[in-house]
Design a binder for this molecule. Structure first.
Ligand code: ATP
Ligand code: MG
Length: 570
């Protein structure tokens, strides 16, 4: 490809609506162009990257025994009504009516379609297991489409679905997919960590996510992991052993239940200071609104609520913290002094976090303004549920060593669905005894566009993208410093043609621009290797530069070609 012909426009400045470095660089280096919020055109450079990632996925999925198909992007409401998700999917599902007033939607995922595809086609146990996958566009009307390709509204996903006659068979395929995923990301030049996760709207019980660990803030997930054993989990699923599971207010002089004036003492910090007790001796009350109903969460004062855990514990679709007006309306008291005391459980659901399990003689709000109660003990033992966020330093649930935390970008995940879709959709096979049984299913996703963006989050510097060579749009950028100089241009062309003939993906920067401009673009776009043909050609030498290490070497044109072959073809 000649740079003068390549459909690309690099920008001098970062776009001002971008926060994530991958988003900034993809726009500035001419990979994507925004059409509207969360929806982008993938320009030729991007398309090459996506094609490479897709090809790696294809090869590894095929090698793992899965078969590729392609399912419709536009789907009728009926199958979603049948699975029960039409009502529960929420506003991420883009719905519309066709000209005959049939309710339709744009595919956010394909469990319903694949279940209806397999159902009635493979009907005997003898035909199972089977694993089918596609690489396709999805649409999710994400509440916060941001970070460019990391969280788009329209994006490309590889989704696979497996069908089994037993849990053992599903377990085997789950392991098989986990191995395939590891290979896929390795081949994309990305190190990933497989972590336990919440199953979310897709459902099922066992699930793992593949995370690219990043130091950037853009990783939207916190991953807790143990350096001593294999334990690692997304924060929405992580559990820990508290450092001080038992706390007792009596240790601070509060051994009798007593209502105290605590004027204008509203926050846990203020209360802790005022009463001279650690926050772990205070039972905090936080009001949420879950599917328009109030839920009061009681949690130890030094812990925070993990909203996904709470959502799951409630079996709710949407939750948010209540406003102070709502708190007043439901509990009759201003925020700062709330608690479950005197609260009608028929009107307000009460959830007690596990962290409260070991608390004695603790402090709680009196549910009266400017008053708290000290030395309080539960009169009846609540059903404790885990809805709290793990903190770094708390102990590993497997081996009791301190947990660490890091940011991660979820590039893929695997789920055991069980019969979540086959049962309601009545998708069955006939077993050895002639009995009809629902398929046992698994599903396995990879964000193709997100993987590309995650690679940039992981590999970039101040000058631009540093693509792993496996997924770079082109491998080598050949730059004649002065295109007017026939000797330089002649050697550059010769290198270009020889590399092309060797099957190496190469760009010739034949633009009449200043060399500085061409070098800047080369670094910004992120070609793994650059061969510069400048004045030293008089001595028969060109410059070979590695984008990743920044290392520059002088060598003959033939040596440079040989070097490319060794680096890229072996
Ligand atoms: P997230 O928790 O990030 O919203 P998810 O759990 O909704 O992801 P899945 O429904 O399991 O994701 O989709 C499979 C894969 O598709 C994810 O692992 C991710 O790589 C990718 N993906 C999901 N949502 C988006 C999005 N809005 N933009 C880009 N990629 C996405
Ligand atoms: Mg999501």
């Amino acid at each position: 490809m000649r740079m003068s012909k390549l459909f690309v426009q690099t920008l001098r400045e970062f776009p001002n609506d971008a926060e994530a470095i991958s988003h900034k660089l993809l726009v500035r280096a001419g990979y994507i162009k925004k059409l509207t919020s969360g929806i982008y055109s993938y320009l030729p450079l991007m398309q090459r990257v996506l094609a490479k990632i897709s090809q790696i996925i294809r090869e590894e999925m095929n090698a793992a025994g899965a078969q590729e198909l392609l399912m419709p992007f536009v789907q009728p409401a009926e199958i979603w009504q049948k699975s029960g998700r039409w009502e529960v999917y929420g506003r991420e599902l883009a719905r519309f009516c066709d000209r005959h007033d049939n309710k339709m939607c744009l595919a956010p995922t394909h469990e319903e379609v694949i279940t209806s595809v397999v159902s009635g086609t493979f009907t005997s146990y003898k035909q199972l297991p089977i694993n089918l996958y596609q690489i396709q566009t999805k649409f999710r009307d994400e509440i916060r489409p941001r970070f460019g390709l990391l969280r788009g509204r329209e994006f490309i996903m590889k989704d696979a679905y497996s069908f089994h006659t037993s849990q053992e068979s599903l377990d085997e395929e789950y392991e098989n997919m986990a191995r395939a995923y590891k290979r896929i990301f390795e081949r994309c030049g990305l190190e990933t960590k497989m972590v336990q996760s919440d199953s979310g709207a897709i459902g099922g019980s066992v699930s793992h996510e593949f995370m690219v660990l990043t130091s950037t803030q853009t990783g939207e997930n916190d991953v807790f992991y143990c350096e001593n054993c294999d334990y690692s989990a997304n924060s929405n699923h992580a559990v820990s052993i508290l450092l001080n599971p038992q706390t007792n207010g009596a240790d601070y002089g509060y051994d009798k239940e007593q209502k105290l004036d605590t004027p204008n003492v509203k926050t846990i910090e203020q209360l802790s200071e005022f009463l001279k007790v650690p926050s772990s001796c205070i039972l905090k009350s936080v009001l949420y609104i879950a599917d328009s109903k109030p839920v009061l969460v009681m949690i130890r004062g030094d812990k925070e609520v993990e909203e996904t855990k709470l959502l799951n514990a409630l079996g709710a679709l949407e939750i948010r913290p209540a406003t102070s007006d709502e708190a007043y309306d439901y509990l009759g008291c201003e925020v700062g002094y709330l608690s479950f005391l005197g609260v009608d459980e028929n009107k307000v659901k009460i959830i007690c976090d596990k962290s409260a399990q070991g608390m004695k003689n603790f402090v709680i709000g009196a549910n009266e303004p400017h008053k708290h109660i000290v030395g309080y003990n539960f009169t009846k033992t609540p059903d404790f549920v885990d809805v709290s966020l793990v903190k770094e330093g708390e102990l590993c649930p497997c081996c009791n060593k301190p947990l660490k935390v890091t940011r991660g970008i979820e590039v893929g995940n695997i789920f055991q669905l069980g019969t979540k879709y086959s049962k309601p959709m009545n998708a069955t096979y006939t077993d050895e005894n002639g009995e009809e049984k629902p398929f046992i299913m698994g599903c396995y996703g990879i964000g193709v566009t997100r993987t590309a963006a995650a690679a940039i989050e992981r590999y970039h510097d101040d000058f631009g993208i540093i693509w792993p060579k496996e997924i770079a749009p082109y491998h080598v950028d050949v730059v004649p410093v002065n295109t007017e100089d026939s000797e330089q241009m002649g050697v550059a062309l010769e290198i270009y043609n020889k590399l092309l003939n060797a099957g190496i993906e190469v760009v010739l920067d034949d633009r009449a621009d200043r060399a500085g401009v061409k070098f800047k673009d080369s670094e910004l776009i992120g070609f793994p290797y650059r061969i510069t043909v400048g004045k030293t050609i008089k001595e028969g030498l060109v410059e070979f530069k590695c984008r990743k290490t920044g290392e520059v070497e002088k060598m003959t044109a033939d040596e440079a070609i040989e070097k490319c072959k060794t680096l890229l073809l072996s």
